[in-house]
Design a protein around this ligand. Structure first.
Ligand code: NAD
Length: 283
């Protein structure tokens, strides 16, 4: 298993599982299946409302907590809440979070950033992430300048149709990593069925999805594909026994269409401030 070294020295796995849109029972089953399969990176969020199920799955798996790299995200409605991180820890039934993101760059993100920094100083969080800060040019740089404790990761939409080439230049300058959400284009059939992936899949004895995920990893992106299907969960992690050539990497890079599946704007992001569920009210 390959790993990514964060700019604070911690290491994280290059591939894991994401549980966006999963009900608590679905999240619990998928995470247990993933952990049994050797996957050690989990990506959840306050907003997914399955953090309690994530905590149960970690316990039920029998895998030691320190072997798991646990990622979650604060939702804007709790950025200014004193207990935001403690509440998250309680739901996850753990005493630290490996990487905690600000989920959305709403107008109160600075307050949320200070909340996470305080938790890092208290030993409750190890690394800091900013998610969806690509919604406005210059915002990633603004967050880096604002930070007393520098962020380690961004989490943004990225896949062969939208490889985030410009953002990656900024990340290289600031020493931050990229976690790709929608790494498989949210399952878009036309992306997954690209003839190039079929061709390379035949060459390496891999599926099209595995070729896409391998491209991500070789491009330096951490991937968190979502799947409820144990066969796909296994497959999405079985990408570390082959290497695409430089020419094949370049051919995949040429598929860039600047096409996103989710088009957030600063205005639509601001709208998230109006969504404030009780995150404790989950199974
Ligand atoms: P994805 O690109 O991972 O695609 C998932 C889809 O692909 C599902 O329909 C699944 O059935 C299908 N799939 C999975 N493995 C497959 C395989 N091997 N072969 C064929 N099809 C396969 O999109 P996603 O699941 O929506 O996103 C992944 C994760 O990214 C989420 O679970 C979440 O953790 C994260 N995310 C974060 C944000 C954010 O705002 N930070 C937003 C969206 C998603």
């Amino acid at each position: 298993m390959e790993s990514f070294t964060l700019n604070n020295g911690y290491q994280m796995p290059m591939a894991g599982i994401g549980v966006f849109t999963f009900t608590p029972p679905e999240a619990q089953a998928a995470i247990e299946s993933a952990l049994r399969d050797g996957i050690r990176l989990i990506d959840t969020a306050n907003a997914y409302q399955n953090e309690k199920a994530t905590g149960r799955a970690m316990k039920a798996s029998g895998v030691a907590r320190e072997e798991i790299f646990l990622v979650t995200k604060l939702w804007p409605s709790v950025y200014e809440r004193e207990s935001a991180v403690d509440d998250t820890l309680r739901r996850l039934d753990t005493d630290y979070i490996d990487l905690l993101f600000l989920h959305q760059p709403t107008s109160n993100w600075q307050a949320g950033y200070r909340t996470i920094e305080k938790a890092v100083r208290e030993g409750k969080v190890r690394s800091i992430g900013i998610s969806n800060f690509d919604v406005k040019p210059g915002l990633v740089e603004e967050a880096v300048a604002f930070a007393e404790l520098k962020p380690q990761m961004v989490q943004v939409e990225a896949h062969p149709y939208y490889p985030q080439t410009e953002l990656k230049k900024i990340l290289a300058e600031t020493g931050m990593g990229l976690m790709a959400w929608y790494p498989l284009g949210h399952g878009d059939k036309s992306l997954i069925a690209e003839p190039l992936f079929t061709e390379l899949g035949k060459k390496y004895g891999k599926t099209n999805a595995q070729i896409i995920l391998r491209w991500h990893v070789q491009a330096g992106n951490v991937v968190i594909p979502g799947s409820r299907n144990p066969v796909h969960i296994h497959e999405n992690f079985d990408i570390f026994d082959f290497t695409l050539t430089a020419e094949e990497m370049a051919r995949i890079a040429a598929l860039d269409k600047q096409q996103r599946y989710y088009n957030g704007t600063p205005e639509s992001v601001e709208g998230f401030l109006g969504w404030a569920p009780d995150f404790d009210a989950q199974e």
